[in-house]
Design a binder for this molecule. Structure first.
Ligand SMILES: Nc1ncnc2c1ncn2[C@@H]1O[C@H](COP(=O)(O)OP(=O)(O)OP(=O)(O)O)[C@@H](O)[C@H]1O
Ligand SMILES: [Mg+2]
Length: 225
């Protein structure tokens, strides 16, 4: 079992998209997945109300006083528990980070996103100071494969030189990821006649899921002394 929190206090950085892509991809590979929609906008609950047959459980959660217990409790039943948080820095977000085995911070390659990603990292490090190591990764979203803007390159370099761990895989800009919400289906269920670039989107999603599984596996191995 693993609990993954997806956070960034800035709105619209790709949190819900990342959470849904990850959840549906892990499920496609046979894992049991519970997705907690902790955002009052309930985009993921709305997605589950659609026609998708993807066997993930989507649960809404709005109580910051028991989010940690709920995520860990559910973790006993599902192999992966993924929490999609609201775009704000709140008690709910801090408690979810505390309960998580891994926190993912999706951000786009802009200075404003980077500032807010740093706020998320400060929040994680604050939790870590009280409770021990809290693994996290920055995930660049909506990137153009093979073309990084100058801003994006500069931001990556600044973060890397500050020792901030960045995922090797990005979540690229793909119409297919938007279409998942439009048609309320998984990448596998979308109609290739209606949605461009499904193969590339699936490939990217697979790479993202494998990297996250690998990070979790490594984090779990006992440290060498
Ligand atoms: N990789 C991507 N490719 C294409 N569109 C994307 C991608 N990631 C996000 N988007 C689009 O960007 C917008 C914001 O994404 P999303 O809702 O996932 O962000 P969020 O961080 O969850 O926002 P909020 O803070 O409001 O909850 C949406 O319209 C979504 O469809
Ligand atoms: Mg969201």
């Amino acid at each position: 079992m693993a609990v993954i929190a997806v956070i960034n206090p800035k709105g619209g950085t790709g949190k819900s998209t990342t959470a849904l892509v990850l959840a549906t991809t892990l499920a496609r590979h046979g894992a049991s997945v519970t997705l907690f929609d902790c955002d009052p906008n309930r985009n993921l609950v709305a997605w589950k109300d659609g026609p998708s047959q993807c066997p993930i459980t989507v649960t809404e959660h709005g109580d910051s006083t028991n989010i940690g217990r709920t995520l860990r409790g559910e973790g006993g039943r599902s192999q992966f528990v993924i929490a999609d948080l609201e775009g704000t820095a709140s008690l709910m977000v801090a408690s979810a980070v505390l309960a998580a085995d891994l926190t993912i911070i999706p951000m786009q390659g802009s200075a404003m996103d980077a500032t807010q990603a740093h706020r998320a990292i400060a929040l994680i490090e604050d939790q870590a100071a009280a409770s021990g190591p809290k693994p996290y990764r920055v995930l660049f979203t909506r990137t153009k494969p093979g073309f990084a803007t100058r801003d994006e390159r500069a931001i990556r370099e600044t973060m890397a030189s500050a020792g901030i761990p960045i995922m090797a895989t990005d979540l690229a800009e793909r119409a297919a990821y938007r279409s998942m919400f439009t048609y309320r289906q998984s990448l596998d269920e979308l109609d290739p006649q209606a949605v461009n670039g499904l193969d590339k989107a699936r490939e990217n999603a697979d790479a993202l899921a494998s990297e996250i599984v690998e990070i979790l596996r490594t984090a779990r191995e006992p440290a060498h002394v």
